[in-house]
Design a protein around this ligand. Structure first.
Ligand code: F6R
Length: 606
């Protein structure tokens, strides 16, 4: 995730441009830069570090000019270096661009450009765009057409902005699956990855939709379709009247924003102090029975935790759905009940905790909302720090809870000498690498997943299957599908199928499999057996499969390909892409995604 911004004005803009990326810094902060046009020349200043550090090194605010673009980076392609920071020049320095997202076909484009003699200054995917524009401009001598031609050649999820010395009064920008908003000011206009980029200067905003581009001048702007060139009329959004939209940061729904927030959510979960984690570890180790309790999504989080504790820490943990806890659990003063709750206000979970406390059991919580009832009720609380989750369906908060439970499991494993220090470090390395992988996969896969969703959204009945820890992941993913699409999706373990559900299989019932890494041999084998059972009965099978899984590839009707990752995080990567599939299916069906019918964010009633 990166932040981009731009301003077209009659005054010096460097200070305002700098302020705009400071306000977007939560989107990425490993490097930043500004490109400003003055007297027909573009000047770029950029470097590594936070925006304040870069300003100290490069004197960004001292640049002079009245049209410019800016960027704050969270590196994906190419390391954190000055050369890889944005903005990027074209070879002749007549164009400068900033880019957020990933051009998934950049390698092919880069190779083709290199063969034609183009010299690259950076290792980024972004730079190709500047060269493509330059090449197109050489042919047609029209900046807008050159911008469009370049847009037609790139694939992936992106927001892009361009300035050119050949058209010094205009800024061009476009978006596809990455946020970008226009800010309409008085005698100056703005663009930004979200409203924070220009909220200090104007409350009037215009959203850009996927497949649209805009030309921005000081006192005017227009928006057109990239595909047809047709002008698009947009309603002006007055921010004061629709504060909700501003917080979506350019995404069409909170759900999508929160799905894309997850690289940051993972980082936040990894930043929780080890002492907080260890305190829970201590309580678990002291307890006779430890229960993980939640309801709906958080019950599935508890199940994921159960598998991680068993596999990594050799510790059996009981799980309970909060609404059934009082009937199913037997709790004594020697036990521990860990409540998992995003809101910290869920009635059933509060009741389950109350029940535990009435039996003098110890209690703990993993909670997102500070000051919430559950966070105050328990003996020890781990605050997730995932930030507000506004969409009614839980994505990033649940994901964070799973990472926290992994950390607890790994800690117990080390303490009990179930794993070596080397293995512990390997797990942490896998977790630390995970945010960048999620970012890349989300950007690379969103187009494919959206097309798949459009192709399959007419299917009313689904089963989601997985073996081992992929089973609760399948359950949670099926719940997500139900909630946002209103379609029927049932989750179950792969091995369960032949004990009844096979009777339902025909070509009209679609199955989605959460396939483990091939090296998770036993689980992988069991999952493939279940797929074959469905295929043999004429069912249609979709599946997540990791790279080089030829056996799975042969069996699947539709394959969602994922890069090879560490087994610790593999199920969570599938979970995240499954969230995207539910989102795009709901989008295609025209559902009320952020507020699905009949649901509420925090269920505070019995
Ligand atoms: C599903 C969902 C719900 C909640 C459940 C518990 O997407 O959001 O199933 O997980 O209502 O809510 P919290 O976590 O607030 O206790």
């Amino acid at each position: 995730m990166c932040g981009i911004s731009g301003i077209v004005s009659s005054e010096n803009i460097a200070k305002d441009l700098f302020a705009s990326i400071r306000n977007l810094e939560y989107r990425g902060y490993d490097s930043c830069g500004l490109a400003v046009l003055k007297d027909g020349q573009i000047q770029i200043r950029k470097n590594t570090g936070t925006v304040e550090e870069v300003n100290a090194k490069e004197q960004l605010t001292r640049l002079k000019g009245n049209v410019g673009i800016a960027h704050t980076r969270w590196a994906t392609h190419g390391g954190v270096t000055k050369a890889n920071s944005h903005p990027h020049f074209s070879g002749d320095e007549a164009f400068a661009i900033v880019h957020n997202g990933i051009f998934s076909n950049y390698q092919d484009l880069r190779e083709a450009l290199a063969k034609q003699g183009v010299q690259f200054r950076s290792m980024t995917d972004s730079e190709v765009f500047a060269h493509l524009v330059e090449q197109a401009y050489e042919e047609n001598r029209d900046v807008e057409q050159a911008f469009l031609q370049a847009l037609h050649r790139v694939e992936g999820a992106f927001a892009i902005a361009l300035i050119s010395k050949h058209m010094p009064d205009t800024l061009f920008c476009a978006k596809q699956d990455s946020p970008l908003i226009l800010g309409i000011g008085d005698g100056k206009n703005f663009i930004g990855s979200d409203i924070n980029a220009f909220l200090a200067y104007t409350k009037q905003a215009v959203t850009l939709d996927d497949g649209e581009y805009a030309a921005i001048r000081r006192t005017s702007y227009y928006i057109k379709k990239v595909g047809t060139g047709k002008p698009v009329k947009k309603k002006m959004l007055i921010i004061d009247w629709d504060v909700e939209t501003t917080k979506k940061g350019g995404y069409s729904h909170y759900m999508l924003k929160e799905i894309f927030d997850q690289p940051n959510t993972a980082k936040q979960a990894l930043q929780i102090a080890l002492s907080e984690i260890k305190q829970l570890v201590h309580m678990i180790n002291k307890s006779k029975i430890c229960y993980l309790m939640g309801v709906g999504t958080t019950y599935y989080v508890a199940l994921v935790g159960q598998y991680y504790f068993a596999q990594f820490a050799d510790r059996y943990i009981a799980t309970g759905s909060s609404d059934e806890f009082q009937e199913a659990a037997v709790v004594t003063k020697d036990d521990l009940v860990v409540a998992i709750s995003q809101s910290g206000e869920t009635y059933d979970t509060k009741m389950g905790l109350g029940f535990a406390q009435s039996h003098n059991a110890k209690t703990a919580g993993i909670v997102n909302v500070m000051g919430s009832t559950i966070s105050m009720m328990v003996d020890h609380v781990i605050m997730q720090g995932s930030g507000p989750e506004i969409c009614v369906v839980s994505t990033k908060a649940a994901f964070s809870q799973m990472i926290i439970l992994m950390r607890v499991a790994i800690e117990i494993a080390l303490l009990k000498e179930k794993i070596t220090k080397d293995a512990y470090e390997e797990y942490y390395a896998a977790l630390n690498d995970f945010p960048e992988i999620i970012e890349r996969v989300l950007n690379e896969q969103s187009g494919f997943v959206r097309n798949l969703a459009v192709e399959t959204s007419h299917i009313p009945n689904w089963i989601f299957l997985g073996c081992g820890v992929y089973y609760p992941i399948a359950m949670e993913s099926a719940l997500k599908m139900k909630e946002v699409t209103y379609l029927h999706a049932e989750g179950m373990p792969g091995g369960f199928l032949k004990h009844g559900t096979l009777a339902m299989i025909d070509e009209k019932l679609y199955s989605l499999f959460f396939i483990p890494l091939p090296e998770q041999e036993e689980l992988h084998k069991r999952t493939l057996v279940a797929i074959e059972e469905i295929k043999a009965r004429g069912g249609t099978v979709l599946g997540f499969a990791f790279q080089n899984d030829e056996k799975a590839e042969k069996l699947l009707d539709y394959i969602i390909q994922l890069p090879k990752v560490h087994p610790l995080v593999a199920p969570l990567l599938e979970l995240i892409v499954a969230q995207l599939l539910s989102y795009y299916t709901a989008l295609d069906l025209g559902r009320n995604i952020d507020k699905p019918r009949n649901l509420a964010k925090s269920v505070t009633v019995a």
